[in-house]
Design a protein around this ligand. Structure first.
Ligand code: ZN
Length: 243
């Protein structure tokens, strides 16, 4: 194999491992971030529900207090009624009592409605609370396992970076520059083989026969005229395949 191709292949190998590790690192950190975001949103919603419950509780206590006061008023009016003898006054007080009773009946109805809604919300909040606890535990477990894996990947990336540097030193700057350009354009695959039928394994197009013949000599650095990747013929593999 052409020594420049061999060096580029080694570099490409390191780059592919690096890209894989970076991809995995991104995927796991994104998953944790997503979980955190979902949990945060659920916690915010639960906080709102708890606020509403507290507000409803205040409203309920207020109505209950009013109800008690009105019951007292009814009692006092009843007592006055018993002492009254004049029909006109009697009727007036009786009307007053009736109005208070009607008001109380309405308040009681409202209170009952509110209580049933509050029960429902309380039940839902409790269920959600249990779910949230479960999710918090899951997130914590995920974070600790992810943290360990991220550290592993960071170590690996550090080692790959050193390896990369040592391989880079063996490659001429202009070739290296081209390699990096192609490598980032094709996400890792900058050096590819041309098979015995003369097709580029990067873009699967047929290279000109004369270029194939040049490749067979292995004494120059060539590129695919279509995808511009560095190309070479794997003569060892070609011999094994009988061609
Ligand atoms: Zn190609």
């Amino acid at each position: 194999m052409n020594p420049v191709i061999a060096a580029l292949r080694a570099l490409q190998d390191v780059d592919r491992q690096r890209i894989e590790s970076e991809k995995e690192r991104r995927a796991i950190t994104e998953r944790v971030e997503q979980l955190q975001a979902i949990l945060g949103e659920m916690e915010r919603e639960q906080g709102e529900k708890r606020d509403k419950l507290r507000e409803a509780e205040r409203w309920y206590k207020e109505r209950e207090r009013e109800l008690k006061e009105d019951n007292e008023k009814i009692k006092r009016a009843q007592a006055r009624l018993n002492a009254l003898t004049k029909a006109k006054e009697y009727t007036a007080v009786q009307r007053e009592i009736e109005a208070l009773r009607r008001g109380n009946a309405q308040k009681e109805e409202e209170i009952l409605k509110l209580l049933s809604v509050m029960e429902e919300v309380k039940g839902a909040v409790q269920k959600e609370g249990e779910k949230l606890d479960q999710m918090r535990a899951e997130l914590a477990a995920e974070q600790s396992s992810t943290g360990a894996r991220v550290r592993e990947l960071d170590d690996r990336l550090g080692r790959l970076k050193d390896e990369h540097k040592s391989y880079e030193e063996a490659i001429a700057p202009d070739v290296l520059k081209r390699y990096h350009r192609i490598q980032s354009a094709w996400q890792g695959m900058a050096v590819v083989t041309v098979n015995a039928k003369g097709s580029c394994s990067g873009c699967h197009r047929q290279i000109p026969p004369q270029l194939y013949n040049i490749l067979m000599r292995q004494d120059s650095l060539e590129s695919c005229p279509y995808c511009h990747r560095f190309i070479y013929v794997d003569t060892a593999a070609a011999d094994q395949n009988g061609g």
